[in-house]
Design a protein around this ligand. Structure first.
Ligand code: 3HC
Length: 304
């Protein structure tokens, strides 16, 4: 059997320092031992993320999982930078911004403009078509179907991490229509170096993970809406009756209600299947800007 292709990532760049981006930077720096350039347009978000990283490293030292020296080295591998031009020396970029197609398309066009075609461009999207994102990863004036356009798009891949990234053992790998075998193999090898198991899903709306998870969460919200049971009884039923670590409403708060809604809208628009139609209650909660754990109010209340 041929030896697996090495990831060859000597410098990673992560775009977005929210709960996913920060988690990805953390496992890359600590487990894959790769230097990370981290950028987020919000300096407050970066500071919040770095503080969380310090806390997680200190906890791992206190629990005897790593030595203080490993923690210091991991922390030193993460360098905050200002914008995509500072990613010039990266071999791989992982985009982890919010679940918005237009935003991702703008970012990938910018990455293709600024970076060499040899740089792997991964998206942590949870539901959006990786093929659509790859089609935007072409330099200005280049048609996606041209030879140059295809060459540029073949280094795009979906690399879907799970929250909380330091804890969850899975990465879902999603090849776009344009993704080359070498890109896929290198992305897989990188996820393994980060300590993850890898599954592969075709580029269908929501991939395997969210196409199965989101109808479950949405159904739980509809049952709450209908008054079938209280929030606690719905969650406790799934937690204790089925041994889920969290009930579906608690999990929705944990993922972020805005993110759940965005994923469900992508699933519904991409399939036309009514089983994916977001519940009115979820839409209203997002209208009210109740986003769950991240801003203190969702199905439950949290300290922020
Ligand atoms: N970041 C890093 N580590 C975290 C964390 C976070 N946000 N939250 C908890 N942890 C760590 C804790 O520090 C603790 O680590 P330790 O073992 O070293 O002490 C460990 O997780 C367990 O935490 P707790 O003891 O505080 O609490 P629990 O035992 O209840 O576990 C949990 C917390 C791991 C979050 C668990 O409740 C769980 O697995 N929940 C389900 C999570 C899940 O399903 N995630 C996937 C969401 S879907 C997704 O991400 C896809 C996207 O596209 C939507």
């Amino acid at each position: 059997m041929a030896a697996p292709i090495a990831h060859g990532v000597k410098q990673l760049a992560v775009l977005g320092a929210g709960q996913m981006g920060l988690g990805i930077a953390f496992v890359a720096a600590l487990r894959a031992k790769v230097p990370v350039l981290l950028h987020d347009r919000s300096p407050e978000q970066v500071q919040k993320g770095l503080a969380l990283m310090d806390k997680l490293l200190a906890k791992d030292v206190a629990k005897g999982r790593i030595q203080q020296g490993d923690a210091t080295e991991a922390r030193d591998r993460v360098q905050v930078v200002n914008g995509v031009p500072a990613f010039r020396d990266a071999d791989m970029v992982i985009e982890a911004v919010s679940e918005n197609l237009q935003l991702k398309q703008t970012i990938f066009a910018d990455l293709a403009k600024e970076l060499s075609p040899s740089v792997i461009l991964a998206t942590n999207t949870s539901s959006i078509s990786v093929t659509k994102i790859a089609a935007s990863a072409v330099p200005p004036g280049v048609a996606p179907a041209s030879a140059e356009g295809q060459k540029s798009a073949e280094r795009v891949v979906g690399l879907h991490f799970f929250n909380p990234v330091p804890v969850m053992k899975l990465v879902e790998l999603i090849p776009a229509l344009q993704t080359s075998d070498s890109t896929l193999a290198r992305a897989r090898s990188f996820a393994i170096a980060c300590g993850k198991e890898v599954t592969v899903s075709k580029d269908v709306p929501g991939f395997v993970s969210n196409a199965l998870l989101m109808p479950f969460i949405n159904e739980a919200i509809m049952w709450l809406e209908k008054g079938v049971a209280t929030r606690e009884d719905i969650d406790t039923t799934l937690r204790l009756g089925m041994n889920h670590p969290m009930g579906p409403l608690q999990l929705a708060d944990f993922i972020g209600l805005d993110t759940c809604l965005a994923i469900q809208q992508t699933l519904y628009a991409g399939t036309g299947d009514s089983k994916y139609r977001p519940s009115v209650l979820l839409e209203r909660m997002v209208d009210a800007q109740w986003y769950g754990k991240k801003n203190g109010k969702g199905f439950y209340e949290y300290d922020t």
